[in-house]
Design a binder for this molecule. Sequence first.
Ligand SMILES: [Zn+2]
Length: 534
Amino acid sequence: MNTSALEPHECFRVHSKDLLGRVGTLTTKSGEFQTPHMFPVVDPNRTPFGQKFFNELGIHAIMTNAYLHRRARVQRPRENVHDTLQFKETVATDSGAYQILQYGGVEVKPQEIVQYQEEIDTDIGVILDIPTGFRSDAARSEWTVSETVRRADEALRVRKRNDILWVGPVQGGVHIEQVRRSAREMAKRNFSIHALGSPTELMESQRFEVLVDMIIAAKRELPPNRPLHLFGAGHPAMFGFFVALGCDLFDSAAYALYARSDRYLTAEGTVELLDMEEFPCSCSACSGRTPSEVRKLTVPERVDLLSTHNLQACFSELRGVREAIRRGRLWDLLETRAHTHPALKRCLNRIASYSADLERSTPVVKPHGIFYFGPVSNNRPELQGYKARLARVPINAGSTVLLLPGRWRRPYRADPRYRSLVSQFEDERSVQIVFYTLPFGPVPSELDETYPVAQTEGLDTGDSNEHLAKAEMVIGYVNRLKPRMTVLVVQGDYGRAVLAETRRVLPKTRVKPVDGEKTEPETIANMFGKLIAA
Ligand SMILES: [Zn+2]
């Protein structure tokens, strides 16, 4: 494939979006692959798995370390990296910056590593940046950012090939202001891809909240048409969360490292081979085998088998994440994953605190309605978007409000008990019909048939805390209408919570409660008709 004519921004095409996540295609001079993608990191010193192995797993792009490749190729120092790895499709090379972080020094100069990646015919190259690490103080963080920017300029000056996609790393560590500065500087430069550095230690210590802040800070400054790579993230349980924040690419050797210590990866977490009686997976490595059989294999056989499963667990989850984006169901996937570990629940809560960012990039209308599982779903972007839309509905000030329970049916007007009541009064200019509902709080009849109100499926009953929170929203909205009179049809505990809230907020003489369980709709219609005629 010839991509020499491709401008950097043309190498990445986005097909679907949900939250900040997207499904895309990344094209390099050696092929194309779907994103979100994880580059399996391959050690150039070991016998490679090779093309056939990866293709059987549906993997079209892998990664190796340019620095290790160079050290290992003493005999043939400039061997094409595709030959070394026996892989014809996309090969990304990491600069070796991680070795700096680990061992505190690398005996190559920044421009050498750029030239070297060109010589070995890499498809995606990373400049030799300075990882901030997460123990750096503010001054050190500032220096790593400045030095990485200086090296970026040097790398872009010395590079000769324009058919390689260059990665501009964003550093700064846990110092969010520096992450922002780093992303701003990198955004100005002619890179095809950006990468966020130093997350590995944060992941190992499960400080996901800080990582969420870092990704959002970088994402806000980087050009949206360039993919974002998160260095060193390779656990299937985490992919959905990082993708939801806008990460498109990952790289990891975790599949092999975990395999070497007999650990089995699943999207619900890590399991020790020793503790397993059955494999909950039917991938090529697991089917037809039991854990006890695998425990009896030789170490290299066992590591191969577990690596193969671990990789398939990663790619199975990535396929699931991509499908979730296509269906507009990424938030639902996160809620499911968040139940597997408290650290992930904290991570989701932090993501939810950026609901405005998520809402901006989530499609306004999706192919399916949303699911509502109670208060945990309140931060999903569709509900945040609904609040914003509610604020824009023209106020029918001084009207008589008919406040009806919205339950069971969508649209709420389709409830057979109140259908004729709604149709009798909804065209009256002096009347405003509002449903009190659980997912949305107030739904004025104008919004009843709009997305996502009409398509939402969820629980129509909640606990007292939720009733109270939603009742405040309902009466807050009604109060904005400055109603002449409010007729409240009380039904169930939620209805009683709304009634209590009207008494707290609205003037008592302006509220007429009706017992919805005992009063026939015709009686309500008569009473309401007289009220608006008065
Ligand atoms: Zn498996």
